[in-house]
Design a protein around this ligand. Structure first.
Ligand code: HEM
Length: 134
């Protein structure tokens, strides 16, 4: 069964647009990762102020492999940058193998100006459904 990894981002109201713009311009590396199944950026409507970055993977190992890969660092360069817009190749990105959900401002540049905090939630899919064909 697949695993779901949700990165919970604390985003000050004034930074929402910046965050969404960053995701709109994201590297698109995750699509190429082995075992990657789904990604959604979820904007809160009510009940919470946090954005959810929903990802689904074939297995825990596939997720771990992506997280310690160059593709992950590449996809998070701007997330750790201290200035916007970040220059390509800014050294402030999330380093390869960085602990998930590390506090904002941790060494290595976790939490740029858009998200002030991040927490990783893990789930396994026990049941799922899709619309019936026809
Ligand atoms: C450690 C703290 C983290 C922060 C502050 C953060 C924030 C961000 C931001 C702002 C972006 C947009 C691209 C950019 O600006 O570089 C991004 C991309 C992304 N994040 Fe994170 N992120 C973190 C860790 C994680 C983790 C643990 C996951 C796993 C669920 C994740 C999943 C993703 C995905 C799938 C993308 C799109 C990457 C691509 O297109 O290849 N992030 N993140």
């Amino acid at each position: 069964m697949s695993v779901v990894k949700i990165n919970v981002l604390t985003v000050p109201p004034a930074m929402r647009e910046t965050l969404e713009a960053r995701f709109a311009g994201r590297a698109g590396m995750v699509e190429k990762a082995d075992g990657f199944e789904w990604f959604e950026l979820l904007r809160p409507l009510e009940g919470t102020d946090t954005y959810l970055v929903y990802t689904r993977w074939r297995s825990e190992e596939d997720f771990q492999q992506w997280q310690s890969s160059m593709a992950f660092s590449e996809g998070h360069r701007a997330a750790g940058a201290q200035t916007a817009p970040p220059a390509h190749g800014h050294p402030g990105g999330v380093p390869s193998g960085a602990p998930a959900g590390a506090p904002a401002g941790a060494p290595g540049g976790h939490g740029g100006p858009a998200a002030s905090g991040a927490t990783l939630w893990s789930f396994e899919v026990v049941q799922s459904a899709a619309p019936a064909a026809g």
